[in-house]
Structures are given as C-alpha cells and as structure tokens.
Design a protein. Structure first.
Length: 187
C-alpha cells in the first residue's frame, strides 16, 4: 500500500504547428523543422515534474499520403533529437483515422481523433497522469476542445491574438517562447 500518489501532471503537445513547422503532412526527416523554443519549454516542464506527451492527429496516414511505418520512423528520430536536447518524451499518441477522408481501414470516426479526448484519456490511464494539473498546447480549436473534453487543467493556444477559437483557451500567445514565460517564469 502506498500512502502517496505517484501520479504526475503532463505537458501535452500537438505535433504539427507546435513541435514542428506545419507544412502539408510532414512525414520525412528532411522536411521536419523544429519550432523555436520547443526544447526550452519542455525542459522547463520536466524541471517541475511534468511528463512530456505528444498527442497528434495524423490524417495523412488515413489519406494514404504516408504509412504508419514512416510515421514511426519520424517519431523515433524526433524523440532522439529531444533526448539530445535533454528532453525525455514519455509517449507519442497518434490517430491515423479520418471519418470522411480516410481510405480503407482508416475511414473511421475515432474517439482518439481530436477534438475527441481519446488520446489524452489513454495517456492518463497508461502513464498515470493527473489531468487537472496538466497543460495542453495546440494550434487549433480541435486541440483546445480535446483538452476541455478530457478535463485538462489548462489549454493553451499558440496563435495570433486575433484568432478566436471555441472553446476559448486559458492562455494564447504567438510563440512558444511567450508561452514558456507565461507558464514557467519564476516569480
């Protein structure tokens, strides 16, 4: 019997548009460009005891633009690059399905596809995470909606202040550096 909780919060990150520059279904290492500030943000999250978890829709698989094997190859490389920067990615969750544009077995209305909370809830269960103390950073309304549906503590939108999304994020900024300061600045 444990008298204390081993659960911890997480920093949930969308991939395309948050970790890397979004350029039409990135699946090749040569096309993957990290967004400035991602490593510092993650190091600061780790310093306060947060797990780092990627939750990404990957409709490009479902549409037949690239394979799951290609996605895994890129994800492994990405995690290695994070490790070189002193960041441990605890898990990468992805949803290859699309209810409208999916092909064959990928034409599914999946509970994992954001704005649904499936990937976040699986991460909570598999990694023993405290969602109410967690943060999700995304660049689309579907990211914020998934965070709300999963009851993640804070939902952060990286977008121009002129972009209005529903549901409303808790924080909004144009850069990861600004988000980093808002979330992790020492007072």
């Amino acid at each position: 019997m444990h008298c204390f909780s081993t659960k911890r919060p997480a920093l949930f990150l969308d991939r395309d548009g948050i970790i890397n520059v979004e350029t039409n279904y990135v699946y090749r290492i040569d096309d993957f460009v990290f967004i400035d500030g991602i490593f510092d943000l993650c190091r600061n999250a780790m310093a306060v005891g947060m797990a780092i978890v990627v939750v990404t829709n990957q409709a490009g698989i479902g549409r037949g633009y690239y394979t799951e094997a290609q996605f895994h190859e890129l994800s492994n490389w990405m995690c290695e690059r994070f490790a070189e920067e002193g960041v441990a990615i605890d898990a990468v969750y992805y949803c290859p399905y699309h209810a409208v544009y999916g092909i064959g077995k990928y034409k599914v209305d999946s509970f994992d596809r954001k704005p649904n909370p499936g990937m976040i809830l699986r991460a909570r269960d598999e990694l023993e995470l405290l969602l109410e103390d967690s943060i999700l950073i995304g660049d689309k309304a579907s990211d914020i909606a998934a965070a709300r549906a999963a009851k993640v503590g804070r939902a952060v939108l990286m977008a121009s202040e002129h972009v209005v999304v529903t549901p409303k994020p808790d924080l909004q900024a144009e850069s990861l550096s600004a988000i980093n300061v808002m979330l992790f600045a020492q007072s």
